[in-house]
Design a protein around this ligand. Structure first.
Ligand code: NDP
Ligand code: 8X3
Length: 256
């Protein structure tokens, strides 16, 4: 047996806490006694979460694409929530599944603005405090799409490849401090992800999960919680997760 960290000592900031992995992560930590700062754009969802989690939960309505708003939100945290030990940069999305020559440039821009810029704003605003306190954990949410190409994954997968390399480079930068960096790289999980990708088309969004058991938001939240409560000398660099029902395809060839 190893001595896990006491989650009651943790203050956890989560972006994208209004649904899916982010919401489940807030619940997981709060249920274990951590303080959580839940952020996202949909204020009514944040209010509902706060109602469930009570005083341990502080909420901020926030669009991660807005650098100044992210900086102001983190600089303006109430004293009780200001010493963040864990930041989960989770807010992200895929938009569309069209091939690169047909996709909307606005969708590409939005994915870059959210999955890359938003993640960078979140990390840059929280990391100095962690390094100064010589304690903290940056959790980034990558994806198997960073490693395995698929048709229509074009910019989405590329944003997650950015996340993968950024996580590894962050580790190099904070080496010598007690700050940990982990990239959680999930495969198929059933959340609102597909509904967002297919822009509200519920039928299309259900199709990928038909006839198999995908991962759940709670599966991912549990893994984040576990990696963050490991003893301080341990760092999970990358963790790739898939449902048992998912694996890899062979090479494909276009024959004339
Ligand atoms: P959901 O759509 O269920 O949740 C996404 C969350 O991100 C929501 O809370 C949404 O909140 C938030 N978000 C999106 N854009 C912004 C923004 N501009 N500012 C602030 N918050 C934003 O999806 P998941 O939980 O599945 O996705 C979470 C992360 O996991 C994403 O980074 C995704 O790429 C990644 N991922 C998902 C996988 C899956 O199969 N589900 C697999 C691998 C990775 P709101 O709209 O209220 O702002
Ligand atoms: C989400 C997983 O396979 O839809 O990152 O890209 S996938």
């Amino acid at each position: 047996m190893i001595a896990m960290l006491d989650p009651k000592m943790l203050t956890v900031l989560v972006t994208g806490a209004t649904a899916g992995f982010g919401e489940a992560t807030c619940r997981r930590f709060a249920d274990a006694g951590s303080k959580v700062i839940a952020t996202g754009r949909r204020a009514e969802r944040l209010d509902a979460l706060k109602k469930k989690l009570g005083a341990r939960c502080h909420t901020i309505t926030l669009d991660v694409r807005e650098r100044k708003a992210v900086e102001a939100a983190i600089a303006g945290l109430p004293k009780d929530f200001a010493a963040i030990n864990v930041v989960v940069a989770n807010a992200g999305l895929a938009l569309g599944l069209e091939p690169a020559h047909k996709t909307k440039m606005e969708d590409w821009e939005d994915m870059v603005a959210t999955n890359i810029n938003g993640l960078l704003y979140t990390v840059r605003a929280t990391l100095p405090g962690m390094v100064e306190r010589d304690e903290g954990h940056v959790v980034l949410i990558g994806s198997v799409a960073a490693d395995y190409p698929y048709p229509g994954g074009n910019v989405y997968g590329a944003t997650k490849a950015f996340v993968k390399q950024f996580a590894l480079n962050l580790r190099s930068d904070v080496l010598g401090s007690n700050v940990r960096v982990t990239n959680i790289e999930p495969g198929m999980a059933e959340t609102e992800f597909a509904l967002v990708r297919f822009k509200g088309d519920a039928e299309k969004a259900k199709a990928p999960y038909k006839g198999l058991q995908p991962m759940s938001a709670d599966d991912i939240a549990e893994t984040i919680f576990w990696s963050c409560t490991l003893p301080r000398h341990l760092n999970i660099n990358r963790m790739q997760m898939m449902p048992v029902a998912q694996a890899f395809g062979p090479f494909v060839f276009a024959r004339k």
